[in-house]
Design a protein around this ligand. Structure first.
Ligand SMILES: [Fe+2]
Ligand SMILES: [Fe+2]
Length: 297
């Protein structure tokens, strides 16, 4: 690294860019070569355990378990080998549902095929459900800049082929032993296709409902429309205005990590994401959230 610094003595303005690039490079290599070993070790990937109280939950789903992951960011930085270990960890939990709240890839269609091949090995008892994140459309800004034509369609196709029930402004209902449980998934909040009205069109009001929306900025609205729980990601555990990135991105970040109350019997959980390398912040460990569903009247 020193060699490069001395080799390219900066002109005005170039120095800052070079130093920034080198810092990112160093952070990436530390995460890849240092913090991320060949095999996940205890403490690297945190399993956060929470109850998920749901009104009117029938006995058929009492005690059912749901593993929530987010922000996989399959890319040259986040390797298959790591994601496969995460899938194996989830399979060992023996859950009824897996919920994935978007940002499957960073980059090209190649990574969509790659991440789908990994996710195909998920083995929940009932289903894997998902919504897309901004990166799955190639969008890197709230104004929708960088939209790559056809990328989200390709990602969606790959996920469906991998037996992931991807919900694009739609809902799915599951029945077990006479009980019902409903999931609603939304297209990304930054995309032009985010349509909560369409998503809740066929939702049944009395059935306990879990909403999946990648960006927690949509959570209040999704809860108001009928979701008892909203699951999100996107923030990577970043607190509001804690980084330069947040200062230049004109979006709200009232919710950034963990559990929040959205009113009586309404809850939001923001997952810190599962990826590593440049996709992480210091002191923000990758996370699998393990929920246990509990009924209450
Ligand atoms: Fe993300
Ligand atoms: Fe995101």
């Amino acid at each position: 690294m020193n060699e490069i610094l001395f080799e390219t003595l900066p002109r005005r303005g170039r120095g800052k860019r070079l130093i920034k690039k080198l810092i990112w490079k160093a952070a990436g290599s530390v995460a890849l070569g240092g913090l991320y070993p060949g095999k996940i070790h205890d403490g690297w990937l945190r399993v956060e355990r929470h109850d998920m109280p749901l009104r009117n939950l029938g006995k058929g789903f009492e005690g059912a378990r749901l593993a929530h992951i987010s922000d996989l960011h399959s890319s040259p930085i986040v390797l298959d080998r790591y994601l496969r270990q995460c899938v194996e960890a989830i399979n060992r939990m023996d859950v009824e549902f897996v919920a994935i709240t978007g940002d499957f890839i960073t980059g090209t269609r190649f990574y969509a095929r790659r991440v789908a091949a990994v996710l195909k090995d998920l083995n929940p008892r009932i289903a894997t459900l998902a919504c897309l994140g901004n990166h799955d459309y190639g969008i890197f800004h709230p104004a929708g800049r960088g939209d790559k034509h056809g990328l989200s369609e390709y990602v969606s196709e790959q996920l469906w082929q991998a037996d992931v029930f991807l919900m694009l402004n739609e809902s799915r209902i599951f029945r077990r032993d006479g009980s019902c449980l409903q999931f609603v998934g939304l297209e990304d909040y930054w995309s032009s296709r985010y349509d909560p009205t369409l998503a809740f069109d066929s939702v049944r009001r009395q059935v306990p409902t879990v909403g999946l929306v990648h960006n927690p900025d949509g959570a209040v609205d999704v809860a108001a429309r009928g979701a008892d729980w909203v699951l999100s990601g996107h923030t990577h555990g970043t607190a509001p205005k804690s980084s330069f990135y947040n200062l230049v991105m004109p979006h709200h970040r009232d919710f950034y990590a963990g559990r929040y109350s959205l009113g009586q019997d309404k809850h939001l959980y923001v997952n810190r994401g599962i990826a590593y390398g440049r996709r992480r912040n210091i002191n923000s460990r990758p996370e699998i959230t393990l929920f246990t569903l509990k009924g209450h009247s």
